[in-house]
Design a protein around this ligand. Sequence first.
Ligand SMILES: Nc1ncnc2c1ncn2[C@@H]1O[C@H](COP(=O)(O)OP(=O)(O)O)[C@@H](O)[C@H]1O
Ligand SMILES: [Mg+2]
Length: 288
Amino acid sequence: MAPQNPNSRTRRKPARSSAARTLARPAQMPTRTASPASPNAVIEFRGVSLRYDNGHAGLDQASFAIDRSDFVFMIGSTGSGKSTVMRLLIKELEPHEGTIRVAGRDLSSIPRRQVPFYRRNLGVVFQDFKLLPNRTVYDNVAYALQVTGHSRREIREKVPDILRLTGLSTKLHNYPDQLSGGEQQRVSIARAFVNHPPLLLADEPTGNLDPETSIDIMRLLYRINRTGTTVLVATHDHAMVDKMRRRVLEISRGRVVRDEAAGLYQRDESTREFATRMRATGERPEGV
Ligand SMILES: Nc1ncnc2c1ncn2[C@@H]1O[C@H](COP(=O)(O)OP(=O)(O)O)[C@@H](O)[C@H]1O
Ligand SMILES: [Mg+2]
């Protein structure tokens, strides 16, 4: 274990939502953490290992950092450890070794009762959408706001906005089984982003989609990234990652084996280039 950070000790005390505040106000992100890799890191894994009960290594001494507003692909074949990274980030699992920091805060310092507040700062998108089958598109998204205590008025304002952003304005009364796979994934992204979390995690978001729809979904995630949200996408779809040309972290057998951080693509240049390429591909959803 890394030494306890005295600052996180004091930050931990005052309020149950301190983790939430730390994340919600990026300008005030703490920088006085114990030997931070980068003061801008939103996600930092240091020597993180996790073994499952059956002896399988989920992660093995994994270290990497992701800065605020980055768009990063985490690639690796099935079983390489991508979902383990995601599950650690949402605190569904605890590492056996190493340190994980999100917005400078050591996740091991977040007490169990604060975990729901911490999770409000994360948008999470899965391969199988996880929509409520008996609720309409509108209600699926509204539900995410209800559980975080938003008023009816706020819900009436926010849901149409996010449905416009995700290109779903004409589908709000549809039920999930009346939507295509791509549309269902848009709903799940709308739901994940309606609270405007500073960090969006997507675990194989295009795993059930055809290549063209996959590009569409990635464009949507990229648009969300441009609002300032840090986006981490796990995928084993090399072809798509090649098309997108963003930073790539590759995991193999629980270890980070490749990190093309600033290597292949110069960040500013590639962002412009990427935006141009995205504008050139097909029709754009509403509200751009
Ligand atoms: N719940 C679990 N119980 C036991 N082993 C698991 C569990 N989840 C994942 N693993 C194992 O951990 C390793 C990493 O899995 P995972 O993180 O799901 O990889 P990926 O998402 O890249 O396919 C694999 O060897 C997998 O079999
Ligand atoms: Mg997985």
